[in-house]
Design a protein. Structure first.
Lengths: 309, 393
């Protein structure tokens, strides 16, 4: 596994100068992943902030081969690239000693929602690729609309905290669980505040043949209504509150990679974000309670599962 | 000489794919094209091709994988029909916009609703503006020949566009016909080695596909696509010429039958040409000067060539196996009629919408069309511009 010193000396594969917001969580996530992956990767990317802000023609930030085709098909597109690699390799049309890895990126919109089918198909067919969801909990690129990853109670432009309905009414979809049901060799949740855990997970995933999945929290200060300099702090608190547990499932075996010494209440994370400000009102306390209950139930279930034989 | 065989259209097409031996096929089954990929999957399973087969979970993903594979840098094929093509819609434009020479067999079928699995052209015609070259086939032999030629057309350096080859669902796809197959070696030599342009798999020279292209560049890229379509025309003719030298079978943008001395003509696309030829022969025996033009190429549309071929006519009936609701007639009609507008005088042109959802086009229907043309020829006036043929009204 690469050390911080080694990582710091590697070539940046996502060039600076792209138009992602200052303090964008997604760009930090991608940068860490590419540092860990190295040069021999081909990237596919769903339509979204990451794609539109890094590839404004005639410029590109990608120092590795990159393809964006549409919103709902980052996985299927990557599978096509990988299929061609397998075919040409078999036919002896590619250098024998050159091993290429494939990474598909998508936001939560392109992964949890519109791209779920494409992801599921790619995982089921067993393509040799790593799918990375950078999860910022809403459709940020189109202006902060709710996704199925948006947390309960959050204010978004399509689940506004109104006079009658106080924000999103549903729990988030547990995509990592859904992916696990595909019984792929490796999947994990990660966070950019813990660069070591994230980069190790990337290295491990890319060393395994077959489909792999990483769900990485990617704070978005625009959508979360937080400070420009708070991405890493928000990611850390998401983990400390167990809103975003760091865990991995390798060949069916679940390991929790980080257990907070003292699990913080979700309010610690909530109170830094304008999207939840209405939850601090007394009449919305029940929503906060439900949110906490959901987080507790998931954490308990992870602890239980880890303890199982 | 080719090898004579008896095959359905689907099996003939699957054999063309076997001989082409593409690097990647990504597909999703849909009637009536299912059999193409089914047969091809057997070729893969039996080791008769080296293709990487991606059995996608939808047509949208199938075309997405085709796009990824083609951008990676290799020969890519697929097949679909009707709703499957409709589900690919978004990706059709992305394939052509990225200039990826994917070749797709479209076994033409009616679009839902109501659901109908039989042959008409509403699927292909709906995709006419998607930037794909469109070639239509009358029978299994043509479908086989067209698919092989499509590979060479699409990959040409002047073109680099995806190509769809159409054949009528069930009428051709499921009927056994006599045809000739080329030898495997002949096909291999004819299509040549695939030369990728800007392949993703060349990691030493990273490229970015599918960037955000705004007001400052988008128009120029679209203009280049239009230019590629224009440049495709001589390539299509050259490929047809080479193919004729190999097979003895001649192809052009269209085929004419008893047209030179005709005063009236019927224009068809797809399988109905056979019926039309038969009825035209009978009419000719009675001294009726009627001929046939069968359109093979719909995109790029051979406007100038049609003007030259049809200018001498007094009356022309354009047959559309597809409606374009609320438009100035069916899609073939409106384009053919537009092409003839510049001629002075130009033939009177009428439109027949027929055979929707696989409804049979019979001898009597074509006879009616010829009677109508004769009336126009005699009176100089058109009674019905657009007629729904083969419909109970």
């Amino acid at each position: 596994m690469a050390t911080l010193k080694e990582l710091s000396k590697r070539e940046e594969l996502l060039a600076g100068g792209h138009r992602l917001c200052a303090g964008c969580g997604a760009s930090i996530v991608v940068r860490q992943i590419l540092l860990a992956a190295g040069r021999n990767v081909i990237v596919s990317c769903a339509t979204g902030c990451l794609e539109v802000a890094t590839t404004i023609y005639p410029y590109t930030s990608w120092r590795v081969p990159f393809i964006h085709s549409a919103f709902e098909n980052s996985a299927a597109t990557a599978c096509g690239v990988e299929a061609m690699y397998q075919s040409l390799k078999r036919r002896g049309k590619l250098p024998v000693d050159e091993e290429i890895k494939f990474i598909a990126f998508g936001g939560d919109g392109g992964t949890y929602d519109i791209g779920l089918q494409s992801l599921s198909g790619g995982l089921e067919r067993g393509h040799d690729f790593l799918y990375v969801c950078y999860d910022n909990g809403a459709y940020m690129n189109t202006g902060i609309q709710r996704s199925s990853s948006t947390p309960l109670g959050a204010d978004t432009t399509t689940s506004p905290a109104g006079k009658v309905i106080p924000g999103k009414q549903q729990y988030r979809k547990d995509l990592t669980d859904i992916v696990e049901a595909h019984h792929i060799p490796y999947l994990a949740q990660a966070s950019p505040h813990n660069w070591k855990d994230l980069t190790q997970k990337v290295e491990k995933a890319l060393s395994i043949k077959g489909p792999k999945f990483l769900n990485v929290i990617a704070p978005c200060h625009r959508g979360w209504r937080a400070g420009v300099n708070q991405a890493i702090e928000l990611a850390r608190l998401a983990v400390e509150t167990c809103f975003w547990p760091l865990y991995e499932v390798e060949d069916g075996k679940l390991t929790i990679n980080y257990k907070p010494r003292e699990k913080k209440p979700i309010i610690e994370w909530i109170k830094l974000q304008g999207r939840f400000s209405h939850l601090l009102k007394p009449e919305n306390e029940h929503i906060l309670r439900r949110l906490q209950e959901g987080i507790d139930a998931k954490w308990e279930s992870l602890l239980r599962r880890e303890g199982e034989k | 000489m080719g090898k004579p065989v008896a095959m359905t259209g689907n099996i003939a097409v699957a054999n063309a794919m076997r001989q082409i031996n593409p690097d990647v096929c990504a597909a999703y089954p849909i009637t009536p094209s299912t059999e193409v990929m089914q047969q091809f999957a057997s070729f893969v399973a039996d080791g008769k091709v080296d293709t990487e087969l991606v059995t996608a979970e939808s047509e949208h993903s199938a075309m997405s994988a085709c796009i990824g594979a083609a951008a990676a840098g290799g020969r890519v094929m697929t097949a679909t029909s009707a709703n499957g093509l409709a589900l690919m819609w978004e990706m059709l434009y992305i394939a052509s916009g990225n200039r990826l020479p994917i070749v797709m067999m479209v076994v033409n079928r009616a679009l839902s609703a109501p659901i109908n699995i039989h042959g008409d052209h509403s699927d292909g015609m709906g995709a006419r503006d998607s930037g794909w070259i469109q070639i239509y086939s009358e029978n299994a032999q043509e479908a086989y020949d067209n698919l092989i030629q499509a590979v060479v057309i699409g990959q040409h350096r002047d073109v680099r566009l995806p190509v769809m080859v159409g054949m009528d669902g069930f009428i051709i796809s499921h009927s056994i016909e006599n045809l000739e197959l080329l030898s495997d070696q002949e096909v291999k030599d004819f299509i040549g080695e695939y030369l990728p342009l800007y392949p993703l798999l060349n990691i030493k020279q990273p490229v970015t596909y599918g960037p955000l292209d705004l007001q400052d560049y988008y128009s120029e890229h679209k203009r280049q696509q239009a230019e590629a379509m224009k440049l495709a025309k001589p390539v299509i003719l050259k490929v047809a010429q080479d193919f004729a030298a190999l097979s003895g079978r001649k192809y052009g943008f269209f085929e004419t039958y008893r047209l030179d001395d005709a005063e009236m003509a019927i224009l068809t696309l797809g399988s109905s040409a056979g019926t039309a030829r038969f009825v035209i022969d009978r009419a000719r025996e009675q001294g009726v000067k009627v001929g046939l033009i069968k359109l093979r190429l719909f995109r790029p549309f051979p406007m100038k060539e049609l003007q030259a071929a049809l200018g001498h006519l007094k009356a022309l009936a354009v047959m559309d196996r597809c409606d374009s609701f609320g438009a100035a007639g069916g899609p073939v009609f409106s384009e053919v009629r537009s092409a003839l507008y510049d001629l002075s005088p130009h033939p009177a042109v009428v439109n027949y919408i027929y055979g929707l959802g696989g409804r049979d086009l019979g001898i009597a229907h074509i006879e009616q069309v010829i009677r109508d043309l004769q009336e126009i020829r005699q009176t100089g006036s058109i009674r019905e511009l657009i007629t729904y043929l083969t419909v109970r009204e």
